[in-house]
Design a protein around this ligand. Structure first.
Ligand SMILES: [Zn+2]
Length: 391
């Protein structure tokens, strides 16, 4: 059992007694916490509102949650996700050693790995970012069962909002509509000129990236950047405007595939009201040890599934896809979800194949044109180069 460090050190007393009695330290910290709660308009799980101390349902386990969902239902579900929901699509997790993105950056000769996502560096030297973007370009990957589970929630009218840290656009590819999405760290879906702010489409950007050129604005010739949030940039406006409304309404928060280490995203978990059930689906237990001063300044006590005072937090430890499939099975949605995945993957695979074919045709046409112009200029042709061109 990993309990959050508390301010009360008296182990011989009953915990409730100790809390009721309190200490000067408790009082001071309570005052500080209340101050920040009010200033930042946060709802903390420690607030003693009506029913806040009552369990959401008797059996606080994954099975108990599924039973409660089947019998009582949820109406306003928020999903909150990180890289873990995309790893089974083949997209590397930034932070996993070995498979991580940062490990693949050596070839770009960066001053330090994170420079590739820093505005100052990008403005001087955008080429490494676009080379990496080509490697990781969304559209070469299919959404995962976890993405389609969220889409199913939407189709059933249960999805209030999907908050994602991912920039891979797999939510959009999975068919989750724009108004349901908060892409907290931005997206490749839209692109803007850094000079005049002209908007460019994903298709336009894709063509530029795959032709190995640094995309520049047709009007002012400045570099055009995908709307993913770089270090030193603000998060999208939706991230600041929607949570206050959403998290008050939310009755089930599903947190998937995130280490809950990146702020301010991680602190969203504490925006949920005291009665909102929170389900973590992740390979490891996270979000349950927000002790120390950080807890008081940034957020509430975190997820309480290992705490005897838990009233509504549940952890499913395993892969996101397995967790979603287990939920679907328990809710009687398994066939529907499998059908949806099968149908959508077939459609996307066909689209990708058509797109590759088109690109190959265009490339061979360009190569032919180049060869023709070489011949008309009557340059001496190096047979080695000619061979390379033809490949
Ligand atoms: Zn421009």
């Amino acid at each position: 059992m990993s309990e959050r460090p508390t301010t009360s050190q008296n182990k011989t007393k009953d915990e409730n007694e100790a809390v009721a009695e309190g200490t000067d330290e408790d009082t001071t910290m309570d005052a500080i916490r209340k101050f920040f709660t009010q200033k930042l308009n946060l709802v903390t799980t420690l607030d003693e509102e009506d029913g806040a101390n009552k369990k959401a349902f008797e059996n606080l386990t994954f099975e108990g949650l599924c039973d409660h969902w089947k019998s009582k239902g949820f109406k306003n579900i928020i999903t909150m996700v990180g890289a873990g929901i995309s790893t089974s699509a083949g997209i590397p997790d930034f932070r996993s050693p070995g498979s991580g993105l940062y490990d693949n950056l050596q070839k770009y000769n960066l001053p330090h790995p994170s420079a590739i996502f820093e505005m100052d560096y990008f403005e001087e030297n955008p080429q490494p970012f676009f080379a990496l973007a080509k490697e990781l370009y969304p559209g070469s990957f299919n959404p995962t069962p976890s993405h389609y589970f969220v889409r199913l929630l939407h189709e059933k009218g249960l999805l209030l909002r999907h908050y994602t840290q991912n920039i891979d656009t797999l939510e959009r590819i999975a068919g989750i509509p724009d108004d349901k999405l908060v892409e907290a760290h931005g997206t490749f879906f839209t692109n803007h000129c850094l000079g005049c702010r002209k908007l460019y489409s994903m298709e336009w950007m894709k063509e530029q990236i795959f032709s190995d050129s640094v995309p520049t604005c047709e009007d002012c010739n400045s570099v055009v950047k995908p709307d993913i949030v770089f270090f030193g940039e603000n998060l999208p406006e939706k991230f600041y405007t929607l949570p206050a409304k959403d998290f008050n309404k939310c009755d089930l928060l599903i947190i998937m595939g995130t280490s809950l280490e990146v702020q301010p995203f991680a602190s969203l978990i504490d925006r949920a009201g005291p009665k909102c059930v929170r389900l973590l689906i992740n390979r490891t237990k996270v979000g349950n040890d927000f002790g120390g001063i950080g807890a008081w300044f940034m957020m509430g006590p975190g997820l309480m599934f290992d705490n005897p005072k838990n009233t509504r937090d549940i952890a499913y430890i395993g892969d996101c896809d397995d967790g979603c499939l287990a939920l679907a099975e328990a809710l009687g949605w398994k066939d529907e979800l499998s059908e949806l995945i099968k149908r959508e993957h077939q459609r996307l695979n066909k689209e990708n194949a058509d797109c590759k074919e088109k690109r190959a045709k265009e490339k061979s046409k360009t190569d032919d044109d180049e060869k023709e112009s070489d011949e008309t200029e009557e340059k001496p042709v190096d047979p080695k180069n000619k061979e390379k061109d033809a490949v």
